[in-house]
Design a protein around this ligand. Structure first.
Ligand SMILES: [Cu+2]
Length: 138
């Protein structure tokens, strides 16, 4: 009696697993590679567009002989960094220090549609024009 009771259970489980696999394959997050070059204290490109929820791998290449940083977020984030004292950013994927003549990579998923800025907050760099924009679309 125990064995015959086990067989129908397997038949019920199998279709559920199949549909779960199908869902992951078609609805999984897409990965968008983005490359931003830093040259002459400018971000190139200064505008990137991503989709909400996709995994964005950002490669940041600093061709300048001086250090820069890439901080992405809303106005509150940037206001904090304008008055901030952190000199190195290594712990948050949205805050990356890019030493002179180096390349860094970070992975960010933007969960809300809208517009954010990316700015280098080293002294004088924002005023010089190290500002860019991320448009997050549905
Ligand atoms: Cu800079």
């Amino acid at each position: 009696m125990t064995r015959s009771g086990g067989r129908p259970l397997l038949l019920v489980v199998a279709p559920v697993m199949l549909s779960a696999c199908g869902g992951a394959g078609s609805d999984g997050p897409t990965i968008r590679p983005v490359e931003i070059l830093v040259r002459y204290s400018r971000f190139e490109p200064a505008l990137i567009t991503v989709r909400r929820g996709e995994v964005v791998t950002v490669t940041l290449r600093n061709d300048d002989p001086i250090d820069h940083e890439w901080i992405v977020g809303g106005e509150a984030v940037h206001e904090a960094h304008r008055n901030g004292s952190e000199t190195e950013h290594e712990t948050r994927p949205t805050e990356v220090s890019i030493p002179a003549l180096s390349t860094k990579q970070t992975t960010v998923t933007f969960s809300e549609a809208g517009t954010l800025s990316f700015i280098c907050h080293l002294p004088g760099h924002e005023a010089y024009g190290m500002v860019g924009r991320v448009d997050i679309v549905e």
